[in-house]
Design a protein around this ligand. Structure first.
Ligand code: ATP
Ligand code: MG
Ligand code: FE
Length: 337
C-alpha cells in the first residue's frame, strides 16, 4: 500500500509518499522560517497563506520524486489537527480534494499521532506498548502508546511545552528563530554554571512545568554569557525531562522508552534518555532527526497504520485546532491538552 501524507499544522508545509512496509518513497518539505523570523514567532495568517502556495507544488514534486501518479496512491492522509486552524484547513481541504478526485479514502491524522507513531516508521522492531515522551513545540507529554488509536496520557505540562521553552529562551538570548537548534548550538559553547530551577523535579505528581525556568532565564540575561545561560537552560530541561520520565517508567509495563517530537532532535535530550532507558533495562528508540521535527512522512506513516487498522474518515471530517490524543485525560489546571 502507498500512502500520500500532507502536513500543514504549523510552519512547515510538507508532502510525502510512504509505503505500509516502511519505505519512504519521497518526502518534500518547505519551512517558512524566513517569513516568520521578523516577528520572532509563527504568524498564523502568514503561515496559512504560505501553505496555500506551497502545498500543491510539493504534492506534485513528491509524486514526481517517487515516479508515481495520484491514481497509484492507495489512500490520502492529511493532518486534521491540532494546530493553527488556518494551516490545518489548507492541508485537510487539499487532502479531501485529492481523495475525492482520485476516488481514494481519506485518513484524517492527528498531528500528535504522527509524532507518536513516527518511531515505528524508523524502527520496525518497535512493538506496542511503549512509553513515549512526546516533546514538541506545543506539547510535553508522557503517553503509554498501547496501539494505533490507543493512547493513555500519563502526564502533561501544566504551563509551557518543552519546545516552547527552547524557543522563548532563544528569543531572550537574542539567538533568533526557530529557537531549539540555536540554543543547542550556543549551549555547546557554554558551561552549565548558571543556577536555574528544576520545576516539579522530585514532585509526587507526574506532570511537567517549564514556565519558572523561562522566568529564571529572563533574570539571568545580562548577568551571564549567553552561551553559559543556554548550556544551563538545556541542562535544566534535560534534568526535568529525565526526572519526570523516570517517575513515569515506574509502574508501567512497556517494551521500550521512546522519544518523539521536535525536541527529540536535541542531542543532550537523546543521550540522557538513552542512559535512563539502559538503567531501567528498556530499549531506547528515537527517530532520525529529520523525522523528529514536523514532516509529512510521519503523517503518511500514521495514515498507513490507521489504514491497516481499517480506519478511514468521511470527506466532511472537520479541522480541529485542539484535539487531544487521549480524550479521557483530564485537563490539568486548565493547561494544554
Ligand atoms: P506540536 O507538534 O506540539 O504541534 P510543532 O509541530 O510546532 O508543535 P515540532 O515541529 O514537533 O513542533 O517541534 C518544533 C519544536 O522543536 C520547536 O519548539 C523547536 O525549538 C524544537 N526543536 C527543534 N530542534 C531542536 C533541538 N535541536 N533542540 C531543542 N529543541 C528543538
Ligand atoms: Mg516548525
Ligand atoms: Fe509537531
Amino acid at each position: 500500500r502507498i500512502i500520500l501524507g500532507l502536513e500543514s499544522s504549523c510552519d512547515e508545509t510538507a508532502a510525502a509518499l510512504v509505503t505500509s512496509d516502511r519505505q519512504v518513497l519521497s518526502h518534500r518539505l518547505l519551512g517558512q522560517e524566513a517569513a516568520h523570523a521578523p516577528f520572532g514567532g509563527v504568524v498564523p495568517e502568514i503561515a496559512a497563506r504560505a501553505h496555500v502556495e506551497a502545498l500543491e507544488p510539493l504534492v506534485r514534486a513528491a509524486l514526481a520524486d517517487a515516479g508515481l501518479r495520484l491514481d497509484q496512491v492507495d489512500a490520502i492522509a492529511a493532518t486534521a489537527g491540532p494546530g493553527l486552524i488556518g494551516g490545518v484547513m489548507v492541508g485537510l481541504v487539499t487532502g479531501k480534494a485529492l481523495a475525492h478526485a482520485a476516488g481514494k479514502p481519506l485518513i484524517a491524522v492527528n498531528h500528535l499521532e504522527g509524532h507518536a507513531l513516527s518511531p515505528r516508521l524508523s524502527d520496525p522492531d518497535l512493538a506496542f506498548p511503549y512509553l513515549l515522551l512526546l516533546v514538541s513545540g506545543g506539547h510535553c507529554q508522557l503517553l503509554l502508546v498501547k496501539g494505533v488509536a490507543r493512547y493513555s496520557r500519563l502526564a502533561t505540562t501544566i504551563d509551557d511545552a518543552a519546545g516552547e521553552a527552547f524557543d522563548k529562551t532563544a528569543k531572550l538570548l537574542g539567538l533568533g528563530f526557530p529557537g531549539g537548534p540555536m540554543v543547542e548550538k550556543a549551549a555547546a559553547l557554554g558551561r552549565p554554571v548558571v543556577p536555574l530551577p528544576r520545576p516539579l523535579k522530585g514532585s509526587a505528581e507526574p506532570h511537567f512545568s517549564f514556565a519558572g525556568l523561562k522566568s529564571a532565564v529572563a533574570r539571568a540575561v545580562g548577568q551571564h554569557a549567553p552561551e553559559d545561560i543556554a548550556a544551563s537552560f538545556q541542562a535544566a530541561v534535560v534534568d526535568c525531562l529525565i526526572d519526570r520520565t523516570r517517575r513515569g517508567i515506574a509502574g508501567i509495563d512497556a517494551t521500550a522508552l521512546v522519544v518523539a517530537g521536535g525536541v527529540a532532535a536535541n542531542t543532550a535530550v537523546r543521550g540522557a534518555l538513552q542512559a535512563l532507558a539502559t538503567a531501567n533495562g528498556l530499549r531506547f528508540v528515537a527517530p532520525p532527526l529529520w523525522l523528529c521535527t514536523d514532516n509529512a512522512a510521519m503523517i503518511a506513516w500514521a495514515g498507513a497504520e490507521r489504514f491497516a487498522a481499517g480506519l478511514t474518515d468521511p470527506l466532511d471530517t472537520p479541522a480541529r485546532a485542539r484535539w487531544p490524543l487521549d480524550p479521557d485525560a483530564e485537563a490539568v489546571r486548565g493547561a494544554g491538552v
